[in-house]
Ligand binder design. Sequence first.
Ligand code: GDP
Ligand code: MG
Length: 163
Amino acid sequence: MKPVIALVGRPNVGKSTLFNRLTGTRDAIVADFAGLTRDRHYGNGHLGKREYIVIDTGGFEPEASEGIYREMAKQTRQAVAESDVVLFVVDARAGLSAQDHDIAQYLRRLGKPTILVANKAEGMTQGVQLAEFFELGLGEVLPVSSAHGQGVRGMLEKALDAI
Ligand code: GDP
Ligand code: MG
């Protein structure tokens, strides 16, 4: 069985962009509109000879109770349940949000291997700007740029090693 990696995070943090980079396809819908990728979406990828499956998800609205948000939250929970490791994506430029805290709480309770990824970190000096993400209680934060590729390989190695 190939290991399964779930991409989780609030809308617009760059999950679909990361999905495309991890799978070498452009199948997921990348958009400037928050939450456009409403369906779970599977892709294949490999790191050398190590193959894996990635699941992209729409946004995550744990408190939402109706319509599309409820469906998105359900799909995200299903994706997490199906996965061996979670890449929890936050936005290095936007900083922490209440939604990030909600998702972190959900993931901590679940106890599944989780890698905290700060996307959009191209051109940022690490330390200060990323320090706030330690508040999420998920340990080390890995800066990456899904758009430019920086840090993605190292992040992937950590994810596959965490399984
Ligand atoms: P999703 O809603 O989490 O799937 O986010 P998307 O992948 O659709 O990306 C949302 C927006 O962030 C798009 O405008 C992307 O071009 C942009 N984006 C994604 N990754 C990066 C990155 O590494 N750096 C920067 N600067 N922008 C990014
Ligand atoms: Mg998306």
